[in-house]
Ligand binder design. Structure first.
Ligand code: PLP
Length: 432
């Protein structure tokens, strides 16, 4: 099958030829690669070309693609039926597993995506606090629910604006925008909106502006500010959950959240999300409480089977996190060495097994410094890496995801290819 033929067909019947915008390569140009299959650290396109994959389905493939135990549990579950619209034992097992692994989580509700988890958690936070406004951080992504598709007003305009057509101004005004790693910006919003803020939501490690670590004390500051004002702190752990460690960001950074949202990783690649927190808050969710939230396919038996197997593997081995973090360290240090050797303006960030190479000489500590990256240069680098068999995110502001299936050889090979590509770009005058 020819990739470009498929893309032409796709564009006729799907907006941009894709079902999720980042896949369209809009940020880097060119035609997206259509995938046929994947195994371990490798992904294969419809023309049979092999790539070392660093997207990992945007995080869930922490054990590598098509892990034999997960695939076997899915096949077994399929034999019992695809969906029942009634409770199953595996939903209970999944909830027991997640609540036993994540600190402070007493109850969870399964949903079908990260977006749904965030949307539901926000509704719950509003109901619990009986307040309307939510603080989010510029550059953090929380899925596409209306109230999260909001951007900061510019200059003297402090009111937030819709960041998508179809989102109303009324809704946008209830989402206040703060600056990541700047707790003063949060304090200011609380001071200006006394008694109105229901929750602060953030990615505890910002992984949708590249990879940006929370500054020392930032998460603890947010905890303190929320407590001071009676607002809830929501950790959106769609990326960080079960990736930083089995307990997620709360365990990794030692800061407690009131509500936590999860996504794809707890489904091992199946369409899944979840939100959870203390019993006292979660008991407000229907049918126990007055916060309505439902889903025909929520807790789907196939997704539960895959998720339970993935989480059980993660919990069962002490070697997984040191392994993936070590590989990520090797990769990040390798990129730093290349940048130094070739004297290139690159800035490399790593948190646990998440890595990002920013095309800027500035240290990246927030959204502003992330945006100093030269995205056109990244696009050029991305295409050359893809041509040589390395599947990176088709946009600068995304993470590289390491899985247990990556080997040291994969990392060394990737670094060798990257060095050749960057050298070629430098000789060609791209960095001038
Ligand atoms: C931090 C975060 N929250 C929410 C979402 C939305 O998840 P989904 O794409 O499953 O709706 C994403 C997606 O990548 C995410 O990274």
């Amino acid at each position: 099958m020819i990739n470009s033929n498929l893309y032409s067909r796709a564009k006729k019947v799907m907006p941009g030829g894709v079902n999720s915008p980042v896949r369209s390569y809009k940020a880097v140009g060119g035609e997206p690669v259509f995938i046929q299959s994947a195994k371990g650290s490798r992904i294969y396109d419809v023309e049979g070309k092999e790539y070392i994959d660093y997207i990992g389905s945007w995080g869930p493939m922490i054990l590598g693609h098509n892990h034999p135990k997960i695939a076997a549990s899915v096949k077994k579950a399929v034999d019992n039926g695809l969906s029942f619209g009634a409770p199953t034992e595996n939903e209970v097992v999944m909830a027991e597993l997640v609540t036993s692994m994540v600190p402070g989580l007493e109850m969870i509700r399964m949903v079908n995506s990260g977006t749904e988890a965030v949307m539901s958690a926000l509704r719950l936070a509003r109901a619990y606090t009986k307040r309307c406004k939510i603080i989010k951080f510029d550059g953090c992504y929380h899925g596409h629910c209306d109230s999260m598709l909001v951007k900061a007003g510019s200059g003297a305009l402090t009111l937030s604006h819709p960041d998508s057509l179809g989102v109303t101004d009324e809704l946008a005004r209830n989402t206040l925008i703060a600056d990541y790693n700047d707790s003063l910006s949060v304090q200011k919003l609380f001071a200006e909106n006394k008694g109105e803020i229901a929750a602060v939501i953030l990615e505890p490690v910002a992984a949708n502006m590249g990879v940006v670590s929370p500054a020392e004390g930032f998460l603890a500051d947010l905890r303190r500010i929320c407590d001071q004002h009676g607002a809830l702190l929501i950790f959106d752990e769609v990326i960080t959950g079960f990736r930083l460690c089995t307990g997620g960001a709360q365990q990794y950074f030692g800061v407690r959240a009131d509500l936590v949202t999860f996504g794809k990783i707890i489904g091992g690649g199946m369409p899944v999300g979840a939100y959870g927190g203390r019993k006292e808050i979660m008991e407000l969710v229907s049918p126990l409480g007055g916060v309505y939230q439902a889903g025909t396919l929520s807790g789907n038996p196939i997704a539960m089977a895959a998720g339970i197997t993935q989480l059980t593997e993660l919990r069962g081995s002490k070697e997984i996190y040191p392994r993936i973090d070590g590989l990520a360290k090797l990769l990040a240090e390798g990129f730093c060495d290349i940048a130094e050797k070739l004297e290139l303006p690159l800035s490399v960030n790593r948190v646990a097994s998440l890595v990002c190479v920013f095309f800027t000489k500035e240290a990246v500590t927030d959204f502003k410094s992330a945006k100093s990256s030269d995205t056109a240069l990244y696009a050029k680098y991305f295409k050359k890496m893809l041509d040589r068999g390395v599947h990176l995110a088709p946009a600068q502001f995304e993470a590289l995801f390491i899985s247990t299936a990556h080997s040291q050889d994969d990392i060394r090979k990737t670094l060798q290819i990257a060095e050749n590509v960057l050298k070629e770009m430098k000789i060609g005058g791209d960095f001038e």
